[in-house]
Design a protein around this ligand. Sequence first.
Ligand code: ACO
Length: 321
Amino acid sequence: MNAKIIGTGWQLPAYEADNDYLSTLVETSDEWITERTGIRKRHLAKEETTTSLAAGAAKKALADAGLPAEEIDLLIVATITSDTVTPSTACRVQAELGAVHAVAFDINAACSGFLYAVHMADAFIKSGVYRKALLIGAETLSKLVDWTDRGTCVLFGDGAGAAVLAASDQGGIAAQSLGSNGSKWEVLSCMGRPNGNPVCREQREPGYLQMNGQEVFKFAVKTVPLCIEDALEKAGLSPDDIDHFLLHQANKRIIQSVAKRLKQPEEKFPMNIGQCANTSAASLPILLAQMKEQGRLHPGEKLVLSGFGAGLTWGACVMEW
Ligand code: ACO
């Protein structure tokens, strides 16, 4: 038995901020952002929260799968922007959906979070512990971003994507490859809220998301192709066998570089970065759900999903649709 995606959904905040709007906040331009990243606009939460976006995407995924929420027995939300430190976003989404039989928890693996969730759900479904999993990547990165730092604030957006996985004897997840390198954690981090403990003198200042963009860029273009090749080897496939490579939407130039290293045409690498920017853990499930909605995925096609992010973390997953 393999775990197979049987439904997908996505949800973005209503408010759209284009690059010209950002140039009213920091010294930047549409030309710089578009050329360096491929991003033209992003959706920013006004009324929406990580929980409401996650629940919105999840409801669509359940409807797409034709499943009532009560049938879900595993609910994982991948996020670094939970609305509450505790409880988890997953528990709040569970309440919103009425997924009363689900074990619900969050995972934090930044932009690789959705792939880490797929990895866990696949293992649980293959071993028979759970039968039907609802996986959500949801972020409101706008609340972690320093809106005075042009090096980061232009890159990120808010949104959520969801997928329902179920046991199947046809197709599904064939192989995965995941990794982490905690020794590089300072390349991309967010120290978060102040520490009010009266007996502790904290060594670091709390703060917004900070990133060494060039280090992340170099890490991504080197690690993502290796990780994809590892997953493909485990599946007994080559890059030529793959119909669609869905990569984390962080930077158009990173995606183009990975395509080149794998010697594959760019047309096999769908992108929505122009409209959504980098939505971290939500990026892959949003892209997947939009492709499904647009009728661009067909039974029997072979897909690779791959991402990378803070941690550092990375992953790739090979599946038959
Ligand atoms: N507008 C105009 N100029 C800018 C902007 C901006 N928004 N941002 C930076 N610049 C300037 C810099 O100050 C610098 O100016 P200088 O030459 O006078 O010093 C110049 O542009 C070049 O800056 P670089 O940082 O060298 O630009 P680079 O080509 O590396 O592009 C970028 C920066 C887009 C961030 C790139 O490095 C990148 O995409 N890196 C990967 C980031 C990434 O994928 N992050 C997501 C990880 S996901 C997660 O886990 C959350």
